[in-house]
Design a protein around this ligand. Structure first.
Ligand SMILES: [Zn+2]
Length: 101
């Protein structure tokens, strides 16, 4: 079991759009946010463009599958350090890349 799965099962992961806590067996989505993170995990980057340290949001099944909303209503970015999960308010409103885990 990986660290993220452990956090999900302990009820510490919630949707960055509707703020609902993930069910232990829920499939969730990852959104690559076009904003810089000032923490180290989780982040995304692109080795071709050399972009690094960008923030991530996790979305529940319901929000991740709703194409009409998911690009514009993400309100939180997630930071994880060990077993601690912190959420950061997100000012960004606009298109972003959402992928299913
Ligand atoms: Zn949600």
């Amino acid at each position: 079991m990986d660290a993220l799965q452990k956090l999900q099962e302990s009820g510490k992961l919630k949707c960055c759009m509707c703020k609902t806590t993930f069910r232990p067996d829920e499939n969730y989505y990852t959104a690559q946010l076009p904003v810089k993170a000032n923490w180290s995990y989780p982040c995304w980057g692109n080795f071709i463009t050399k972009i690094q340290g960008m923030a991530i949001a996790y979305l529940c099944e319901k929000c991740g599958e709703d194409d009409s909303r998911r690009n514009y209503d993400i309100v939180l970015a997630v930071e994880i350090e060990g077993q601690e999960v912190r959420y950061h308010d997100l000012a960004w409103k606009g298109p972003m890349c959402v992928i299913q885990n």
